[in-house]
Design a protein around this ligand. Structure first.
Ligand code: UD2
Ligand code: MN
Length: 354
């Protein structure tokens, strides 16, 4: 018998008021209902939590740090599905892919052909988690039609490789002497401020890869010279230490080398200086097989403001003594604008000089 039952019995017996009787009967009814419920319902297990009802798999936040631009919104639990890693070798590769060298389409036409890009020319494969994230950095001035030819070819080429990438065009402002090395330093520094890239690709605007098995990712130990064979040089290296054209380099290696020299104004020498830095830092240049590390160079004349640098040989003699204090750590420039175009990010910079 419950306590209330006993109370009711006593109160009824000793003549309590009607209200009290009513309250106690209601309480007794409650207790009986509870007892009946316990007898006829499933026994509750209080030791193990009941499994949640099955819903769609919940995409959880990723544990790996997300590569790519820091400004992009982080994938939230309900905004993106969790993607499986992309295959080691992309199934989309076609091998030889002859570039169309002349009469490039308009930027709008190129954009319509490309898979959707985020503003500033960022691409991530839609169906799998990219294994590589590469910033493509291009030194640039007054080569509008080359840039369109390049974009027309490169976007589809990189998308077939299933890598995450973004193209940065570093445009030298003004009419001063061109400085490829300094522009590349600016581009790498700005790209690394913009995203957690695992690889940097320094890339001339007039070089078009001919085979998509030449993957735009970085070797974990050494810088990679990707433009091994160029049609202009009959697909042969003019000399073994050449490191011009297209280079893939891990951000840490670029920093270890203190980037490029800032002192090479005009054509030539900056690539050889960069090559010397690789060995001075205890690394070596690696090269993929020329069978697919092949490029076409758009035929061009010498540009105004980029005459061969007459002091380049003298400067090259000083690399060994100067590389530690001439480069990323002595870089100064004014970023005049950063524009997120549909197919690329334009960084217009004043790098000084004459
Ligand atoms: C070679 C190298 C190049 C670089 C250069 C010497 C190869 C395949 N190429 O190319 O990497 O070392 O010698 O500096 O080894 N640019 C402009 N506007 C200009 C001038 C240059 O955008 O007014 C950019 C553009 O991206 C161009 C690059 O700088 O592709 C290199 O200049 P280049 O094409 O005149 O030099 P090139 O072909 O002799
Ligand atoms: Mn060229």
């Amino acid at each position: 018998m419950t306590i209330c039952g006993r109370g009711f019995f006593l109160m009824a017996r000793f003549g309590c008021g009607r209200l009290l009787k009513f309250l106690c009967s209601a309480a007794l009814l409650g207790v009986v209902t509870l007892l009946l419920h316990n007898v006829f319902s499933e026994p509750h297990d209080h030791t193990t939590p009941k499994p949640e009802p099955k819903t769609e798999p919940e995409p959880g936040p990723k544990t790996e740090p997300e590569p790519g631009p820091k400004t992009e919104p982080e994938p939230g639990p309900s905004s993106f599905p969790v993607l499986a890693d992309c295959n080691e070798v992309s199934p989309l590769l076609v091998g030889p892919c002859p570039p169309k060298l002349y009469s490039p389409p308009s930027l709008e036409e190129i954009q319509n052909k490309s898979a959707p890009l985020s503003p500033g020319g960022l691409y991530s494969p839609p169906d799998c988690q990219a294994k590589h994230s590469s910033a493509i950095v291009i030194p640039y001035r007054d080569r509008a039609s080359h840039l369109r030819t390049f974009l027309d070819h490169l976007h589809l080429f990189l998308q077939r490789q299933q890598i995450q990438y973004k193209i940065y065009v570093v445009e030298q402002w003004g009419r001063g002497t061109f400085n490829r090395g300094k522009l590349l330093n600016v581009g790498v520094q700005e790209a690394l401020r913009d995203g957690n890239w695992t690889c940097i690709i320094t890339h001339d605007v007039d070089l078009l890869p001919e085979d998509d098995r030449n993957i735009y990712s970085c070797d974990p130990r050494n810088p990679t010279h990707l433009s091994v064979g160029v049609d202009k040089f009959n697909y042969m290296l003019p000399y073994t230490s050449l490191l011009g054209g297209v280079v893939a380099i891990a951000p840490d290696h670029f920093k270890r080398m203190n980037g490029y020299s800032n002192r090479f104004w005009g054509w030539g020498g900056e690539d050889d200086d960069f090559s010397a830095r690789v060995s001075l830092c205890g690394m070596k240049v690696v090269r993929p097989p020329v069978a697919f590390a092949r490029y076409k160079m758009i035929v061009h004349k010498n540009d105004k403001g980029n005459a061969p640098n007459p002091s380049r040989m003298e400067l090259l003699k000083q690399t060994r003594n100067n590389w530690r204090r001439d480069g990323l750590n002595s870089l100064n420039y004014k970023l005049l604008s950063k524009k997120l175009e549909g197919l690329y990010t334009n960084l217009t910079v004043d790098i000084g000089g004459t």
